[in-house]
Design a binder for this molecule. Structure first.
Ligand code: KIV
Ligand code: ZN
Length: 502
């Protein structure tokens, strides 16, 4: 039985999802959760990209104990230097160097010949190896690269000191048969005196990212790269939870296992969904809301007789369970922080105190505070932690026929308050018109979604909006959670507007 290593890039490739940007608090929280889930290596970010990215990678490097922490670098010395500085305090650092190898990338993007590409790989992997024991090299757009040239690129990286070779299907072009064959060919033809880890990295443009990753494993890959819930650039990346569960359920076939603690899958997925503002589709494999729902009469009958008739994955396997000890307004600080710990959250005392205050307000309004409520509360707090603007107050006047009116107040990081009022055809439009005045911007509202976090009359509303600056094209997502749908709508809009203004 082989053990497949799991490499999570939710914070790097996942953050390339349109509109998604995580603050350092959120990134550290996600890193802790990924470590608890059993991820072997986390790609914490691209340190040279911005001071914020650098800071987040350094914070994750300090926070992680067991996981290897990787930083991304182009074939440029300044990128490698930045990764080295950011990862200085990591217990187990790793660098991930990449350079495109396909003809279209060489000619249109890099304007480099094959020989120049090989020289750059040799020089930069050699440079990286002077600073890191663990060097990973990725030939970007590997699946559209001439096979013999791909082998040369990979061999050059190995000769220069790379011990991890990652084969990206950058544009999600490959299929399982072709992708598996690339691994077989490379593994059979490379020369190395030390063991080489082969890794898959797939995008989901044709809906084959998970199947391709599994094909790579079948053909000798011993590491899989991906993201939680499959978030990522365009159609996203391989969803790691799908690979982990497939390896468990079809162990008979793949003869492979992983260190992933499957029982923590749901809480990991929930955290990433809330912080990214990208909800998990109901019909998503493994973790979607309908994955364990059985609608048809024949299926229900079969399930009652023997669940094995229609259920290959049990809800318990991936941690989809009901809270046994719900919290209420009489619950104390201890029970509250215990519950947070069970859900995988480790916070310092100040943050627990701040969250406890919010919990008390919520518990006054709700009979029972569920795990979902708690997760929403935490995500709401973390999501807003680095925002410069906050909703201070909201007043809406509703008339049954005619225009609605809203008065809003927003505070900035200095505490200065901006107030505005506006009308709109509906209450949400009136609020958004007023908020636009306080921010002095007029973004396009690309999407507005509302969902009840739990069932029942006292459910909290979660609103997700996606805004776009019509001039620059910049997109941001925002999430707002509140009892009242208008309050949740306003919070989501402030969250997205604040990030648009950055
Ligand atoms: O998809 C891709 O090619 C990448 C590389 C940076 C590995 O994300
Ligand atoms: Zn990628």
């Amino acid at each position: 039985m082989r053990t497949i290593q799991f490499f999570d890039t939710s914070l790097r490739d996942g953050e390339q999802t349109p509109g998604v940007s995580f603050n350092t608090h959120e990134k550290v929280q996600m890193a802790r959760q990924l470590e608890a889930w059993g991820i072997d290596t986390i790609e914490a970010g691209f340190p040279v990209a911005s001071p914020g990215d650098f800071e987040a990678v350094a914070a994750i490097a300090r926070a992680c104990q067991r996981m290897t922490v990787a930083g991304l670098a182009r074939c440029k010395n300044k990128d490698i230097d930045a990764a080295y500085e950011a990862l200085k305090e990591a217990k187990h650092p790793q660098i991930h160097v990449f350079l495109a190898t396909s003809p279209v990338h060489r000619e249109a993007k890099l304007k480099m010949t094959q020989a120049e590409v090989l020289a750059s790989i040799r020089d930069h992997v050699t440079y990286a190896k002077q600073k890191f024991d663990l060097v990973q090299f990725s030939p970007e757009d590997a699946t559209r690269t001439e096979t013999d040239f791909l082998l040369q690129a990979v061999q050059t990286a190995i000769d220069a000191g790379a011990t991890i070779i990652n084969i990206p299907d950058t544009v999600g072009y490959s299929n399982p048969k072709e992708y598996g064959a690339i691994f077989k060919y490379l593994i059979e033809n490379i020369h190395s005196e030390v063991p080489i880890t082969f890794s898959s990295h797939c995008h989901d443009d044709l809906g084959m990212a998970t199947a391709n990753a599994l094909a790579a494993i079948e053909n000798g890959a011993n590491r899989v790269e991906g993201t939680v819930n499959g978030i990522g650039e365009r159609a996203g990346n391989t969803a790691l939870e799908e690979v982990a569960v497939a390896l468990r359920i079809r162990q008979d076939y793949y003869q492979a296992t992983s260190q992933i603690d499957l029982a923590k899958t749901k809480q990991t997925s929930d955290l990433i969904a809330r912080l990214s503002g990208i909800p998990v589709p109901k019909n998503k494999a493994v973790i979607g809301g309908n994955a364990f729902a059985h609608e048809a009469g024949i299926h229900q009958d079969g399930m009652l007789k023997n669940p094995a008739t229609y259920e290959i994955i049990t809800p318990q396997l991936v941690g989809v369970e009901k809270t046994s000890l719900p919290l209420g307004k009489l619950s104390g600080r201890h029970a509250f922080s215990d519950r947070l710990a069970t859900l995988g959250y480790e916070f310092d005392q100040d943050l627990i105190n701040a969250l406890f205050k919010k919990f008390k307000v919520l518990a006054d309004q709700k009979k029972v505070v569920t795990d979902q409520d708690l997760q929403a509360l935490v995500a709401d707090k973390l999501h807003r932690a680095s925002d410069d603007y906050h909703l201070a107050s909201l007043q809406v006047q509703y008339v049954s026929n005619g225009f609605q009116a809203a008065v809003v107040a927003v505070t900035d990081q200095t505490g200065e308050r901006q107030t505005a009022s506006a009308i709109g055809a509906g209450s949400v439009q009136a609020i958004y018109n007023a908020l636009d005045q306080t921010f002095g911007q007029h973004p396009t509202l690309n999407s507005y979604e509302i969902e009840a976090i739990t069932s029942g009359e006292d459910a909290q509303a979660e609103v997700r909006v996606s805004l776009q600056d019509p001039t620059t094209g910049k997109q941001t997502n925002g999430v707002g959670v509140a009892f009242d749908v208008l309050q949740a709508s306003a919070k989501a809009y402030v969250n997205a507007s604040s990030r648009l203004k950055e």
